[in-house]
Write a protein that binds this ligand. Structure first.
Ligand SMILES: [Zn+2]
Length: 208
């Protein structure tokens, strides 16, 4: 296709159109917006994007995104150490924090089990969760004082993962609960509003 725009602009349009939810038309509009923006704003955007991943890593304990060995939650002594909420990804942590109701720690799986896509337990941070709990138990924490809330999405993959984790963790003697109903089936946790999410968190049920 013949391009009517200089290469430098085409490059920007091409990069924008690779982003989720951005079609070719939106990519063009964003590029035009930048073209008409003051150079200072464009530089600020470029350096924010370029610097975003520098110095970032995963928390050694919960695999949340972090600047140091431990994320802000794991490093906070005021959070309930024996209450661990297991989520699919980092956006779910943000969604749960928005409710202001959860005072425990997290464990980010970075995915869910999906046999169709070839994603098994080794591809998510499930084994790491088991080792984390085992380490806590050998460090003097009693199993009876622990609760693991499985807050994977109410989708087929989310439910499959929740069942898998229950089977994995129950033998350790800890309480495993599932985030309550009320979340739209098949929906994403991070799309739920604060009230729905708070209700789901309060209405959690133990797996038997
Ligand atoms: Zn952490």
């Amino acid at each position: 296709m013949t391009s009517f725009l200089p290469d430098s602009i085409e490059k920007v349009i091409d990069e924008f159109s690779r982003l989720p939810g951005i079609g070719p038309k939106s990519a063009q509009r964003l590029a035009m917006h930048l073209l008409h923006s003051p150079e200072m704003r464009v530089d600020a955007l470029a350096s924010a994007v370029a610097g975003m991943k520098k110095g970032l890593r995963f928390c050694e304990k919960c695999f949340n995104i972090s600047n140091g060995e431990l994320c802000n939650f794991c490093a906070d002594p005021l959070r309930q150490q024996e209450l661990i909420c297991v989520v699919e990804d980092i956006l779910d942590v943000i969604a749960l924090e928005r409710t202001g109701q959860f005072k425990g720690l997290y464990h980010v799986l970075h995915g869910v089990l999906s046999p169709v896509d070839g994603i098994g337990p080794e591809q998510i941070k499930a084994g790491d969760l088991k080792s984390r709990i085992e380490e806590m138990l050998s460090g003097g924490v009693t199993a009876a004082s622990m609760e693991i809330i499985v807050a994977t999405n109410p989708s087929l993959e989310g439910e499959t993962t929740a069942l898998y984790l229950t089977k994995l963790l129950k033998p350790l003697g800890v309480r495993v609960t599932r985030i309550g109903r009320g979340l739209p089936a098949g929906g994403d946790l991070d799309y739920a509003d604060e009230v729905t999410l708070t209700r789901a968190l309060q209405g959690r049920l133990e797996y038997i």
